[in-house]
Design a binder for this molecule. Sequence first.
Ligand code: OGA
Ligand code: MN
Length: 283
Amino acid sequence: MRVERASRTLGARVQGVDLGRPLDADTFDSVRDALNRHSVLVFPEQEVEPPAQVEFSARFGRLKHHVLKENLLPGMPEIYVLTNMTSQNEVAPRPYAGAYWHTDLSYEAEPAFGSVMYAVEVPEVGGDTMFCSMAAAWDALSERMKALLEGLTATHSFEHAYETFVKHIPGTAPIDRRRFDARPPVTHPLVHTHPESGRRCLYVNPGFTERINELPPAEGEAILAFLYEHCTSERFVYRHRWSRHDVVMWDNRATMHKAVPDYDDGDSRYMRRTTIAGSAPRG
Ligand code: OGA
Ligand code: MN
C-alpha cells in the first residue's frame, strides 16, 4: 500500500489496495492510520460491489441508515444513493445534494464518524467534491481567537440546511415537516478533540450550525462567518475531481465538505455512499 499526499493540509491517494475484497488486518490498520493522518483518502480504480462496500465500511463501526429513506439502495439500506438522475433518466427529487459546506449528520447527538463513497458514474465535466481540514484551520488561528472560541457550544439542526440552502435549489421536492420535528436541534462543542489523532478541530459548519449558544446573535453570526471563510480558504482545501470507480473515504470529525454542482443537466452522476456511526464530539 502506497500513500501519497494530495494537498498540503489534507487528502491522500492510496494505491495498491483492492477494496473489492476483504482487507487483512495489517492493511486495514494502515488504512485507518492513513485516514487519521490525512482525513480524506482516495482509492482510484476500484471494483466495489455494494456488499464489499458495506463490509469494508462496517470495519470502522456500525453503519447508519440515512434519514432520506427513498434514496437507500433497495435491499441494502446501508447504502445511500446520491444521484442527479432517476432510473427513468429524469431529474432526481433531490438533485445537487450537499452543495453547501457541511459535516455529515452534525445535526445528530452522535454525528457520523465518516463516509465511504464509490463513484459509479461521473459527469463528463464538473461535480467535484471539496474537503477542508478543520484541524489545520484550528491550528492556524491566533491564540487570542482560540481562547475566545474554547468552551463555546453551537446548536446544529437538519432544518437549518433545508431553510438556508436546500429549499432554494430548483427542482427540490418539499420535505414533510414531521421529519424536522423528529430531529430536534442538538448542541456540540465548537472545538473538539479528535478521538484518534488527538488534534483539536473546529466543529461548526454552514449547513447545520444555527448559532453559537453563549453569544448574542450578531456576535455569533460574525464569528461563524469568519470561521467559514477561514476554514474554506484554499490552503485548507483539497478538491477532488472524480474519476469513475474512485472510492473516497472522509473523516467527518476533522473535515467539512461540499459538492460542486456545476455539471451539465442530464449528465449522470451516480454515487453509492455508506455512513459510519460515530460518537458525540467532546470539547
Ligand atoms: C455526501 C456529500 C458530496 C458529493 O455524500 O455526504 O455531501 O460531492 N456528497 O456528492
Ligand atoms: Mn455530505
